[in-house]
Design a protein around this ligand. Structure first.
Ligand SMILES: [Zn+2]
Length: 211
């Protein structure tokens, strides 16, 4: 049984690394972002609530995130363990984890704010088919044009510099106390997330305790 929490600012490749880890150990990947997106797409009551919050330019509040994660973990479908991504977001939620689940490791993906900005501000989205692009890693063949459908590439609402600055501040304010708490009580591994995806994954695997 492996129980992991993965933490890192948006743009650090957290979701990708969580997925790779889940595949490697047959874990359930519990992504707060994916759960919310699923609910929005399927027009659930929770989805409608989340959409309203996001449309108002607010962040989904911590209590709601906590409830969603608690419910998801209580499904107990994680026979070989889990990797939680997008939680905990504050010290109280970290305490909940420490009390309720015996975590094997807390993986922290480290990326300087300047690098996060460089990556996030390079993101583009096709306004027609929704395909993601990145002007650093995945450039369209024709400037501002979707390779697949010819649609116009746009910058996502929350990828503008002002919105990113708010998210970075929120991340640092809330997660630093969480990281400090985990560092005192749990097995914390810190990995340089500026490396290529495969190298970050290898670095995580190399640092995990065999169990
Ligand atoms: Zn397209």
């Amino acid at each position: 049984m492996h129980k992991y929490v993965i933490m890192g600012v948006q743009g650090s490749g957290k979701g990708t690394q969580a997925k790779l880890l889940a595949d490697a150990f047959d874990l359930v990947h519990i992504s707060v972002g994916d759960i919310f997106r699923w609910n929005v797409q399927h027009h659930t009551k929770l989805g409608a609530h989340v959409r309203r919050i996001v449309a108002e330019g607010q962040l989904v509040d911590d209590d709601l995130v906590e409830e969603v994660v608690r419910n998801r973990l209580q499904m107990h479908d994680w026979n070989f363990g889990f990797v939680v991504d997008g939680f905990p977001r504050n010290a109280r939620q970290a305490e909940f984890f420490l009390e309720s689940y015996d975590l094997d490791a807390v993986i922290i993906l480290e990326m300087p704010d300047a690098e996060v900005s460089r990556r996030v501000l390079a993101r583009r989205l096709c306004s027609d088919c929704g395909l993601d692009y990145n002007l650093i890693a995945h450039r369209p063949k024709v400037l501002d044009t979707c390779d697949v459908c010819g649609g116009k590439l746009v910058v996502r609402e929350d990828d503008h510099p002002e919105a990113l600055a708010v998210r970075l501040r929120d991340y640092h304010d809330k997660t630093l106390p969480v990281i400090e708490l985990f560092q005192r009580k749990e097995f914390v591994i810190t990995v340089d997330a500026t490396q290529p995806i495969a190298d970050v994954h290898a670095a995580i695997r190399a640092r995990l305790r065999p169990s």
